[in-house]
Write a protein that binds this ligand. Structure first.
Ligand SMILES: [Zn+2]
Length: 129
């Protein structure tokens, strides 16, 4: 098999294309999350946390940046809470999860539920009831 055919088989096989789409969408969604956090959440956090220069607080004589670590930790906890609330409450699945795939008993490849033959190993598989 030529290297191009092997590469095509690698790229088409499995969920590489779906994964690439997910990465692109994830990157785009990440920018939305960043914008929401910076534009809507952080002003509230800034209003609720003490003002001043505590984020620049460092422990001398080593210059350990304790304030920076503390601030980043608080920021992370707030962002994690917001993402949790959005995912858990707003995007919660409604109704039962629909199964659309099954696993080949011979090679353990994930294949469509209606498949009668495994696309990876060519073995006949049981038809779903
Ligand atoms: Zn198989």
């Amino acid at each position: 098999m030529s290297i191009i055919k092997e590469f095509r088989a690698f790229a088409v096989r499995g969920n590489v294309i779906e994964l690439a789409v997910a990465v692109v969408l994830g990157g785009a969604f990440g920018r939305i999350v960043t914008a929401v956090v910076e534009g809507l959440v952080m002003p509230v956090v800034a209003a609720l946390t003490p003002g001043g220069t505590w984020r620049e607080w460092s422990v001398t004589p080593l210059g350990l940046k304790v304030g920076s670590v503390l601030g980043a930790t608080i920021d992370f906890l707030v962002v994690a809470l917001v993402v949790f609330l959005v995912v858990n409450k707003l995007l919660a699945r409604k109704g039962p999860v629909v199964v659309t795939s099954k696993t080949c008993q011979e090679c353990l490849e994930v294949i469509p539920l209606a498949a009668r033959r495994c696309r990876a190993c060519g073995e006949a598989v049981l038809q779903a009831a």
